[in-house]
Design a protein around this ligand. Structure first.
Ligand code: TRP
Length: 411
């Protein structure tokens, strides 16, 4: 350990020395990089973070409790890790409800498919469990981390809210808020309760901040932690301090909630539970998550059919062989094939997916055919999103963001 000593034992996780980190994959809320340009090692990540694998028994259990088929993202292991999800289900089985919390840092105008994943899944959870949901837009976070003005971050938050609403959230059970607008009152009081219980050494250990970082970074984590506690929303959960919180998110957000879970019992709340997803791979291959700085690494919800077609045909990394003869003989390497990866996220039909994998893996199907099917699936998805978003008015954004009670949120 170097001189920046982390208080060991105080948190669920321990930090490695910079030397150890150099050769290792890096996953934190701001950076996702695999080791030596390879794949993200999710088993190692689970180990390092100290969360649990979501084993298949959860799928049956969720199906039983909600009386409906589990979401594709659950069936296919897109959401693959958790913390205390079993506790949420135990409580639900006893007749206790919970609330959902997720969020987005509004750093760009257009969302790509990877951004939609947690929202699509959260929408399913809301509908299946019939529970309220709070969505945090961390315009403050993006102001602090990116080269954006306060005004620009606020504008992006509202723009992104439209894409989020287009995912189909139920206005009777959903409260969307921007930090710049909502932080204050009970929310702020919780932030301060949290801040008092996290040391500098701890945030350095969890997030890797350094002495030269501005103090805005050090002070932000309690802002993302506070929505995990029901008392941050007195218009929704007044008198329900015992209500449990479930957070669907990509696994890079885990550090924030490790910190939150450490503090929770010390200020009288349940630890928030988490259900965590893989990263959606870049078109060029599975070496991390998609990069906002390279528009050809991702499919955006604003891409036209022509652009989608071109990106997939030109950039989607193929596990097929270089010649047809060789392909027929050896088949495709499905492990590295991006069209198959993308289809496994977005092709609903389990039987068709299995069939495609079998045919393509054995060489009977060619890359071009698989890409063609992917183009159809994604074009349909993006088109549906585009139409839904176009129907979201400014008044609807105001309505979702209004600080108001939700009288039927548990029914
Ligand atoms: N920090 C997240 C981002 O940059 C936004 C966020 C805030 C979030 N609260 C969350 C994401 C809760 C998942 C769950 O995108």
């Amino acid at each position: 350990m170097d001189s920046k000593v982390v208080e060991r034992g105080a948190l669920e996780n321990e930090k490695e020395t910079p030397q150890e980190q150099e050769q290792e994959q890096v996953v934190n809320p701001w950076e996702v990089a695999a080791k030596d340009g390879g794949k993200i090692d999710y088993d190692k990540l689970i180990d390092k973070f100290g969360c649990q694998r979501l084993d298949p028994s959860f799928i049956d259990r969720v199906e039983r409790l909600t009386s409906r088929r589990a979401h594709v993202f659950l069936r296919r292991g897109v959401f693959f890790a958790h913390r205390d999800f079993n506790e949420i289900l135990n409580a639900y089985e006893r007749g206790e409800k919970f609330y959902l919390y997720t969020g987005r840092g509004p750093s760009s105008e257009a969302l790509h498919l990877g951004h939609l994943i947690p929202f699509m899944f959260t929408q399913y959870l809301q509908e299946a469990f019939k529970v309220p949901l709070v969505i945090q837009l961390t315009d403050d976070e993006k102001f602090l981390w990116k080269n954006l003005t306060v005004e620009e971050s606020r504008r992006l938050a509202r723009e992104n809210a439209k894409d989020i609403i287009a995912c189909g959230f139920d206005i009777r059970r959903t409260f969307i808020f921007s930090d710049f607008d909502y932080v204050g009152g009970a929310f702020y009081r919780n932030m301060v309760e949290i801040s008092k219980r996290v040391t500098c050494n701890q945030v350095v250990g969890i997030f890797g901040f350094i002495g030269e970082d501005h103090i805005g970074k050090y002070s932000f984590p309690p802002v993302q932690a506070a929505p995990s506690f029901p008392s941050s929303f007195p218009h929704l959960f007044s008198g329900k301090d015992n209500l449990r919180c479930l957070i669907p998110c990509a696994i890079d957000q885990d550090p924030y909630f490790r910190m939150t879970r450490d503090v929770a019992p010390r200020i009288g709340y349940h630890k928030p539970a988490l259900i965590e997803s893989l990263f959606f791979p870049a078109l060029q291959g599975e070496t991390g998550k998609m990069s906002a700085s390279d528009p050809n690494s991702a499919i955006y919800v604003t891409d036209s059919e022509k652009v989608i077609k071109n990106k997939i045909n030109k950039y989607a990394f193929s596990g097929g062989q270089d010649s047809i003869e060789k392909h027929r003989q050896l088949g495709a390497n499905l492990e590295v094939d991006i069209p198959i990866k993308y289809l496994s996220f977005f092709l609903e039909d389990d039987a068709e997916l299995e069939h495609t994998k079998k045919e393509y893996g054995s060489g009977r199907m060619l890359t071009g055919e698989v890409k063609q099917r992917l183009i159809e699936v994604l074009t349909k998805l993006v088109e549906r999103h585009r139409r839904a978003r176009a129907a979201v008015t400014d008044e609807m954004v105001d309505a979702f963001m209004a600080v108001r009670p939700l009288p039927n949120m548990f029914n």
